[in-house]
Design a protein around this ligand. Structure first.
Ligand code: PLP
Length: 373
């Protein structure tokens, strides 16, 4: 049996019919930008993230750029970024005109390395920092990072593209952030029928600025208070998200069970399976294993390939190792744990409604590859 790394076509019963119905309605009234669907989505997002404001936008990369620009981060400002994250985190900093300083990652949870983070703040006095909550959870030291940043006047942006639905100390992970972002790219935990994103904050001024920037910096239809750009979420995406969000608890439950299945069945095989730190309830975004033995990693990956089982390496390369990043970076602080994760990481298939037969197939293939070694 082949198993995809991700399958987005496993829609809940009735979802596609309701979606088609909405598309017909919105098309018949040509309601394509703004309107009730966008307003409803933003209201739901404020509730789910326990923030006062949610500003929808075109994608998760724009959301980070909007958050940085709302904080007035721009030309010549230094901004700390994790050395291991999706490229968009780094890119967003460069795109607003600021200069990234990469900071090492923590091997135990993939989050920011706290000691390196503090060293970077002391050494470079950056205006801001972006941290990324990867894999469906955040760093074990999140509260320390938040407190340290507010005590040292570092504006902290939390890239929450992978942590929609994650709980930190029994609250939405987005709740305690100064400003945070998410992505509705279809493969994310709350995925749209295309691209989308949002900025969350409880600071009214930041929310206003983000909203204004996402709509050309407008103060009136042809009056401009800021130079922004067009980063509006369209009404069809909002309509899809309003449907999808109803099913979110089921999707998350299914993801968590899948990730848990691997953890219980693949212990003691030389794969260091990373768990969310104790302060978190994860959203099941992905499974994470680190395999120090490179021979074993290659054997497992070859077995998965020959059995048509999808897998991921999130992420295969650190920010500081990318072909162009040296041209933009000011410095790197800390060691090379990020590179160590990048060269040892493997992710097994996790997506909503993956079947138990599929999960067992994956486990059997990985187990027999390990026993062969
Ligand atoms: C997906 C992702 C983004 C970018 O989101 P897009 O909607 O694809 O622009 C940014 N950061 C992280 C950590 C992501 O996983």
């Amino acid at each position: 049996m082949s198993v995809p790394f991700i399958d987005l076509k496993r829609f809940e019963e009735g979802l596609l019919e309701r979606w088609n119905e909405k598309v017909s309605q919105l098309s018949a009234t040509a309601s394509f930008i703004g309107g009730a669907e966008v307003a409803q989505l933003e209201e739901t997002l404020t509730q789910l993230t326990d923030n006062k404001f949610a500003v929808s936008c075109a994608n998760g990369t724009d959301a980070i750029q909007l958050a940085l620009r709302a904080l007035d981060v721009g030309r010549d400002d230094l901004v700390l970024v994790p050395n291991m994250t999706f490229w968009a985190t780094f890119e967003a900093v460069v795109n607003v005109g600021a200069t990234p300083v990469t900071v090492d990652s923590d091997l135990s949870d993939g989050g920011i390395d706290l000691a390196a983070f503090i060293e970077a703040v002391e050494k470079y006095r950056p205006k801001a920092a972006v941290i990324a909550h990867l894999y469906g959870w955040g760093t074990a030291n999140l509260q320390q990072v938040r407190d340290y940043c507010s005590a040292n006047n570092v504006l902290l942006v939390e890239d929450g593209a992978q942590c929609f639905g994650t709980q930190y100390n029994n609250e939405s992970i987005y709740k305690g952030a100064l400003i945070s972002t998410t992505s509705f790219y279809p493969a994310k935990v709350l995925g749209a029928a295309g691209d989308g994103g949002a900025v969350f904050t409880s600071d009214e001024l930041l929310a206003q600025r983000a909203r204004q920037l996402a709509n050309h910096g407008r103060t009136s239809h042809y009056g401009y208070g800021l130079v922004g750009w067009n980063s509006r979420l369209d009404s069809l995406q909002a309509a899809y998200l309003n449907l999808a969000v109803e099913f979110l608890p089921h999707r998350i439950e299914s993801r968590i069970q899948a990730a848990q299945f691997y953890k219980t069945h693949l212990g003691n095989l030389g794969i260091n399976q990373i768990d969310a730190p104790a302060e978190y309830v994860e959203n099941g975004y992905c499974h994470v294993g680190l395999i120090d033995n490179i021979d074993l990693k290659q054997t497992i990956e070859a077995a998965l390939k020959s059995n048509n089982i999808g897998f991921g390496n999130i992420y295969p390369g650190a920010m500081s190792e990318q072909e162009c990043s040296k041209r933009y970076m000011h410095a790197h602080v800390g060691g090379n744990q990020a590179q160590q994760i990048c060269s040892t990481v493997i992710n097994l298939p996790v997506f909503p409604y993956i079947t138990s037969a599929e999960l067992s197939t994956v486990v059997d293939v990985v187990k027999s590859a390990c026993e062969e070694k």
